[in-house]
Write a protein that binds this ligand. Structure first.
Ligand code: TYC
Length: 118
């Protein structure tokens, strides 16, 4: 009486001739960085410089020096980045800025733009 064939020792052939069954699993890092969005501030001829600096300090957490730098950049170039945030945070900061500007009858405008490098 002969013994049944043993399973092969060593590496199992998973080449094209050995169809695999089961669930296809693609390995991926468990955590994924959220998409990030830039809050852009636009220049206009009427909003006072001090108001823009105030907004950058109050809603965007900037120092007086950084707020002044961003305000002057927007004043000279027409547009500038106030910060980069997740969508909901960016939206909140835009709303806070535009609400206060509206209350004080300044035409200051902010927009959200998807950040390129993420
Ligand atoms: N250009 C405005 C002025 O001369 C100042 C200003 C700066 C307005 C930045 C808006 O986003 C702005 N009073």
């Amino acid at each position: 009486m002969s013994t049944p064939p043993r399973p092969p020792k060593g590496p199992i052939d998973i080449g094209e001739d050995t169809p695999q069954t089961g669930i296809a699993v693609k390995t991926r890092a468990k955590t994924k960085k959220p998409a990030m969005y830039k809050v852009l501030m636009l220049n206009d001829d009427y909003t006072p410089m001090e108001f823009v600096v105030h907004v950058l300090k109050r809603f965007f957490g900037k120092s007086n020096q950084e707020a002044t730098r961003i305000m002057l950049h927007v004043h000279q170039k027409g547009v500038g980045v106030c910060g980069v945030y997740t969508y909901e945070v960016a939206e909140t900061k835009v709303n806070q800025t535009m609400d206060l500007a509206r209350q004080q009858q300044h035409p200051l405008q902010c927009t959200i733009e998807k950040d390129g490098d993420d």
